[in-house]
Design a protein around this ligand. Structure first.
Ligand SMILES: Cc1cc2nc3c(=O)[nH]c(=O)nc-3n(C[C@H](O)[C@H](O)[C@H](O)COP(=O)(O)OP(=O)(O)OC[C@H]3O[C@@H](n4cnc5c(N)ncnc54)[C@H](O)[C@@H]3O)c2cc1C
Length: 449
């Protein structure tokens, strides 16, 4: 029986371990924390564990759902539906759309001009042509001049950086940059999309009008239970789980691999293959003892402002993006599915912790909380069409220094070089997977195991 090691305790590494058992291998899994889950584990606030913003299994299909639920009854998933909105120009969009509703700030004449400009630009668009482009160049090619200025300012607001300093691939997680944009209300967009392929490439319509085979899933009993189910199931099928085991380096001995960690017993094991599920920035350090990818990454620091309010304060929305350039909050998420309270809920407002929003002392913290509260109150009033001030029971702000990992312009060139160095040093039996920005992409990246 082939003996293999899986490195990482995050979502993808757990699925890799499971797939390798199904292939008939003896699997050992190593991770540096005392629990599986990585970022999925959430943050501790008021003696409970809450998600930092939305932590969904979004864009999952039936097959993905079946795979996760096969870990056991505690891994059951529910569909939260894609219920979100956006706030721009002082207006809450009535459509189920996360993208900015540009029709709330640009008049019809300007939108038609934008549509024709974008339709011509998108003719030349092909993702493969833009491997080394900056996000700014991507916006130039797909947006046109009117949207460009606003999008660049949003980049500063959401990420604290200008679009010329980051790689175009970051558009996958930046909600306001996309080949398709919301220039018209949903039904008009849908009809235009159906009428001409070029419009379909250029315009966005609410998800419900486009697809009904993708879900926005969340663990029915919370991530803690889901991750317990992962652990139990992996142990049941024979995975040898090693928690609190950070792998410091890997050595090749004849054709086998030896893992170096502070626990010397691990070094006695020899593996035929090693699979690495965690971030390539981390494994570059482990495998080559260099730091090139990390130095070409912008880690986005964020404040998460938790606000306890009456249930329903965000209507039936899961979250709303705030594209108003005067505000500091970027997204407000209702964490109702995380809680067991029938009257109250907790909203999580995200704020980019850039130079303008740094917290150096208690007074700064209070200011960030108060500004966020005011913005949440005003958006909630608009959603509920009410002049009554939203009642706030309590609030807290937690700062996470590293949230999104945004590649700089030269990231992928460096990555190609690093992958080659790794292959030359370790050969084909050390298998790694590219870091992906969402869990759906993480899952898809290991389809061929
Ligand atoms: C605010 C926010 C909201 C998001 N919302 C969503 C969403 O709704 N849907 C979505 O799909 N994605 C979302 N994401 C992205 C998703 O959270 C990312 O996939 C995540 O940030 C990456 O975390 P991870 O769990 O994959 O890895 P990590 O948390 O980085 O886990 C790494 C794992 O590797 C292990 N490890 C690391 N180094 C070693 C070593 N040397 N030896 C052994 N083990 C090691 C660690 O113990 C850990 O188990 C969001 C991200 C943010 C910041």
């Amino acid at each position: 029986m082939l003996q293999v090691a899986v490195l990482g305790g995050d979502f993808r590494s757990c699925i890799i371990a499971r797939k390798l058992v199904e292939k008939g291998y003896k699997v050992y899994q190593f991770f540096s924390e005392n629990k599986l889950g990585g970022f999925m584990r959430g943050v501790r606030v008021w003696d409970q564990i809450l998600d930092p913003g939305p932590q969904y299994l979004d864009n999952f299909n039936d097959q993905d759902k079946t795979l996760i639920e096969s870990f056991g009854s505690e891994a059951e998933l529910i569909d939260l539906k894609f219920s979100y909105s956006n706030y721009i120009g002082g207006k809450v969009s009535e459509e189920n759309m996360a993208l900015p509703s540009w029709y709330n700030i640009f008049n019809l004449e300007k939108r038609i001009e934008i549509l024709s400009e974008r339709s011509i630009l998108s003719l030349n668009y092909s993702p493969n042509n833009y491997k080394e482009n900056t996000l700014s160049e991507f916006i130039d090619l797909t947006s046109g001049k009117f949207l460009k200025e606003y999008q660049d300012n949003l980049c500063e607001k959401f990420l604290g950086i200008r679009s010329k300093n980051i790689h175009s691939s970051s558009q996958e997680i930046i909600p306001f940059v996309s080949k398709r944009q919301a220039l018209f209300e949903g039904n008009i967009s849908k009809n235009l999309k159906l009428s001409l392929a070029k419009f379909d490439d250029t315009l966005a319509a609410p998800k419900a009008l486009v697809t009904n085979s993708l879900y926005n899933l969340y663990p029915k009993y919370g991530y803690n239970c889901l991750l317990n189910a992962f652990e139990k199931s992996l142990l049941d099928i024979g995975v040898d789980l090693h928690k609190n085991t950070k792998i410091l380096s890997i050595e090749k001995e004849n054709k086998k691999f030896k893992l170096i960690s502070e626990n010397e017993n691990i070094q006695k094991l020899l593996f035929d293959k090693v699979y690495i599920g965690f971030d390539e920035r981390l494994y570059e350090k482990v495998l080559l003892n260099t730091n090139n990818l990390e130095s070409s990454t912008v880690y986005i620091p964020q404040h998460f402002v938790y606000i306890e309010v009456p249930k329903g304060s965000l209507g039936n929305l899961n979250y709303i993006f705030n594209y108003d350039l005067n505000d500091i909050t970027t997204r407000i998420t209702d964490l109702y599915y995380n809680l067991n309270n029938s009257n109250k809920t907790i909203l999580c407002a995200e704020v980019c912790a850039n130079n303008k929003n740094l917290i150096r002392n208690e007074k700064d913290k209070e200011e960030i909380i108060n500004k966020s509260l005011n913005e949440v109150q005003s958006i909630s009033a608009k959603i509920k069409n009410s002049s009554q001030l939203l009642k706030v029971f309590k609030s807290e702000c937690i700062t996470v220094p590293k949230t999104y990992r945004i590649p700089r312009k030269d990231y992928y060139l460096k990555k190609e070089k690093i992958n080659k160095e790794i292959f030359d040093k370790y050969g084909e039996n050390l298998i790694s997977f590219p870091y992906q920005l969402t869990r759906k992409l993480m899952l898809d990246s290991i389809k061929n195991i």
